[in-house]
Design a protein around this ligand. Structure first.
Ligand SMILES: [Zn+2]
Length: 381
């Protein structure tokens, strides 16, 4: 038998797997192809659409990247290389959100000072959330105080491991709302620094890996992104409810939920989160594929919540930033996204106003992060 890989292999899997493992897939096409269909990786039609294009290599206003993951900034060569990439893109300040605390954090702060680029980087500290048990909260809070003393201006990125994989000293899963950590979040509130936290992953990763799953291809390429084993992991909604209980206990702490809480496919839900907690903000990293497929609804959302949304990119690939500028600043239509396994659809520009752009690019960051360099930003309006 001639097997076309991988689609036929998948179909074969459908036949061999117990019926209950797959939901009923109804053919959605009115007519079936008369030749064997290509696989989803083979089929790459070129668009024949001709429309105006407005690439945006540099952001219109100076930007703070709240979700920076540059390499460790502990030597002049790396710092210079990152700064010149930032200059091209109009990134004025990058938050180093890569996990570092204690000496590793101090070394970077020191190296950036010595490089003369002190006005281009700020540092968040991370928390050691391994083996939390009685007394851990006070120990973590003390480390936090020391790191803030050394120059850190926020906590984060707290990784998705917290809530999914981190375990307590007794071996059980560390819940996001574990009371042992209350003192840590209270300390952040008292110090006036934001807590930047990544919880979960796109909701589809928590769903069965079947042919109705919007992220089927990504989950097939990266099987470890599948979080659908309910015997081991909480469901997406359970995790978010746990996160919300943690936030609810700490109304005086400023929270920034990474990746807009993975609610960008349901912005009304994100609006409810913002409405419920005035101390919660959303960060834009790695969710452009959702915003760019609903440019009008997303623009209305950004207008309504312009003071709650902050730019962040996540992985530091300088060539990817201009896709963000283009979606935010233009009304271009039907253009490619930079990760073909995130999204098999095209993007559209949201055409955000200058007021909204300034808010999400830098104003909100200057407001919620203490001690931000003000050099390089337009004087406040
Ligand atoms: Zn990150």
């Amino acid at each position: 038998m001639h097997i076309r890989f991988p689609l036929s292999a998948v179909l074969l899997g459908l036949v061999l797997l117990p019926e209950a493992a797959w939901p009923q897939i109804q053919p959605r096409r009115s007519r079936e192809p008369t030749v064997p269909p290509p696989s989803i990786t083979e089929y790459q039609p070129r668009s024949t659409l001709v429309v105006p294009e407005h690439p945006v290599p540099r952001a219109r206003f100076p930007v703070v990247d709240l979700h920076g993951h540059p390499p460790t900034l502990d030597n002049p060569e790396t710092i210079e290389a990152v700064v010149s990439a930032m200059d091209e893109l109009n990134l004025q300040v990058m938050v180093q959100a890569r996990g570092s605390q204690g000496d590793r954090l101090r070394r970077q702060i020191e190296a950036v000072r010595e490089s003369g680029h002190e006005d281009r980087f700020v540092f968040f500290t991370t928390l050691d959330l391994r083996n939390v048990g009685p007394g851990s909260g006070a120990r973590i809070a003390a480390q936090l105080e020391a790191d803030v003393q050394a120059g850190a201006v926020g906590i984060g990125e707290i990784s998705k491991g917290f809530g999914l994989f981190s375990t307590k000293a007794d071996g059980t899963r560390l819940a996001l709302d574990d009371p042992e950590l209350d003192i840590v979040w209270e300390t952040a509130g008292r110090l006036g620094i934001p807590v930047f936290i990544h919880t979960g992953d796109p909701a589809e990763f928590f769903e069965p890996h079947d042919l109705r799953n919007e992220r089927w291809l990504e989950m097939a390429i990266f099987p470890n992104r599948q979080l659908n084993d309910r015997s081991r992991l909480p469901a997406f909604d359970e995790l978010m409810a746990e996160r919300d209980r943690m936030i609810e206990k700490h109304p005086n702490t400023t929270w920034v939920v990474a990746h807009m809480s993975w609610y960008t496919n349901d912005l009304a839900r994100l609006g409810e989160l913002f409405d419920r907690f005035p101390n919660v903000h959303g960060e834009l990293g790695a969710v452009l594929y959702d915003l760019g497929r609903q440019p009008r609804f997303a623009r209305a959302f950004f207008e309504k919540y312009s003071d709650r949304i902050l730019f962040g990119k996540d992985s530091f690939q300088p060539q990817e930033y201009p896709y963000y500028w283009r979606v935010f600043e233009t009304e271009d239509e039907y253009f490619d996204y930079y990760r073909d396994y995130h999204a098999f659809w095209k993007l559209y520009g949201m055409g955000l106003s200058d007021d909204v752009l300034r808010a999400i690019y830098y104003e909100n960051a200057l407001r919620i992060i203490p001690g931000m360099p003000e050099e390089g930003f337009p004087a406040s309006r």
